[in-house]
Design a binder for this molecule. Structure first.
Ligand code: DI6
Ligand code: FE
Length: 408
């Protein structure tokens, strides 16, 4: 693999406790798929026959990381969107077979090939904005075969596009219709059959549970975590999205990688999160689409230095969004994150939320060379603009993935 030397770059290294870690007039050397050196051009080491990329002052960041998505699913829910705007209530839509269960039906009905074909454009939209690592959850199959089918599609997307996909088992996302009124039985099935089978196929990097009044209880969540941890798998939780059931603290006390949504997390509980390494994953896309008004406890998260990450939450119901740049903008506008917090949220802190911080998420010597060159001179541009894609070129593990905007 040839060496690549970037020169005249504005490096956002994301290598410190806060801020961008900017280095202007910087250079960065890639060797054997890893970052071999970076720093001011004035200190640049001599290199042999490396490919030299003159960035002309433009910005280089680590590859973006979408640490929370449900982008593998069948069908869409545009009709429901339309019905709601024409005055139908959520309950009416549910009675007509809408909501999560509509997506469960469409996902179950789709073959693996159809699911792949439907999911690829969503993945490609995120890829085009410089995303190099994805997390993709199951959770619309809700039985062994269909959960495994979803995770196989996630693996196939990873292989097809030569990206990194972390696969998360979310069997406890909703109660399938055949278990109506028998949620304890379903959780037993998740623990005794569905999760062990998916894990045996090597399809599970982490286990997530939707702990919510409309989904599973705190005790049921804890039970699934017991099973996950007995298999040696990391855990994470959808928690405190619509109400405060204590899911985030319970998950953090068990060493969860992340707790996600957390709009209803009490500020007083944030100190308890800070006692673990758990990352707070904020999902402004769902907040926007559901027109929520309860903000996550941002002041407390900052005060206790809980790392904050951002995800697309790409899903057909509450977040039909496949733009991580738009999510960064929403995080700034709706949650009042600073642009530096937003960029950290889709790089180093997103890496932490996936347990991959020693490998990706910042520009540091030894890390995998996942690098984006932007048609922008400063990092605030990434959060500021809506509807333009400034991604010029993407390198993944030292190989060019998209170099359309690259001038050599
Ligand atoms: N929280 C959400 O907002 C989505 N899932 C979840 O756990 C909703 C998913 C959907 O409506 O399809
Ligand atoms: Fe989600």
């Amino acid at each position: 693999m040839p060496e690549t030397l970037f020169i005249n770059a504005t490096l956002a290294r994301l290598d410190r406790e806060s801020g961008y870690g900017l280095c202007e007039h910087g250079a960065l050397l890639v060797e054997a798929g890893r970052i071999a050196w970076l720093g001011p051009m004035s200190d640049q080491p001599a290199v042999g026959d490396a490919e030299v990329i003159d960035c002309a002052g433009r910005l280089l960041t680590p590859g973006l990381i979408d640490c929370h998505s449900h982008l593998v699913y069948g069908g869409d829910r545009a009709d429901e969107f339309e019905m709601r705007l024409e005055g139908a209530s959520y309950a009416q839509i549910a009675q007509q077979g809408g909501g999560i269960l509509a997506t469960v039906n469409a996902t179950r009905a789709a073959s693996e090939a159809e699911l792949f074909e439907q999911s690829l454009p969503r993945l490609d939209a995120l890829l085009a904005e410089g995303v190099t690592t994805f997390e993709i959850k199951s959770g619309y199959g809700l039985d062994s075969d269909n959960e495994i089918k979803m995770l196989r599609v996630a693996r196939q997307l990873e292989r097809e596009r030569k990206i990194r996909v972390q696969k998360t088992f979310l069997g406890a996302h909703a109660l399938p219709p055949e278990y109506a009124g028998r949620s304890a039985d379903y959780i037993e099935r998740v623990c005794d059959e569905m999760l062990p089978r998916a894990h045996a196929e090597g399809l599970v990097d982490a286990v997530d549970v939707f702990i919510e009044s409309i989904a599973f209880s705190l005790e049921q969540g804890a039970k699934v975590f017991d099973c996950a941890q007995a298999l040696g798998l990391p855990i994470k939780a959808h928690a405190e999205q619509l109400s405060d059931l204590g899911g985030a603290v319970m998950a953090a006390q068990r060493g969860a990688l992340s707790v996600d949504h957390i709009e209803y997390l009490a500020a007083d509980d944030v100190a308890r999160l800070a006692q673990s390494e758990t990352v707070a994953v904020l999902l402004p896309g769902a907040f926007y689409v559901l027109r929520e008004t309860q903000l996550p406890p941002l002041a407390a998260l900052r005060q206790h230095k809980v790392p904050m990450a951002l995800g697309s939450d790409a899903n057909p119901g509450s977040s039909p969004i496949t733009s991580l740049l738009l999510v960064m903008n929403m995080a700034c506008t709706l949650f009042r994150l600073t642009p530096a917090e937003a960029l950290r949220g889709v790089t180093i802190n997103a890496a932490r939320a996936l347990g991959l911080q020693s490998e990706i998420g910042s520009l540091e010597v030894g890390k995998q060379a996942d690098i984006v060159l932007w048609n922008a001179a400063k990092p605030s541009m990434l959060s500021y603009q809506i509807g333009i894609n400034p991604c010029a070129a993407v390198m993944q593990a030292g190989r060019w993935r998209n170099q359309a905007g690259l001038e050599k």
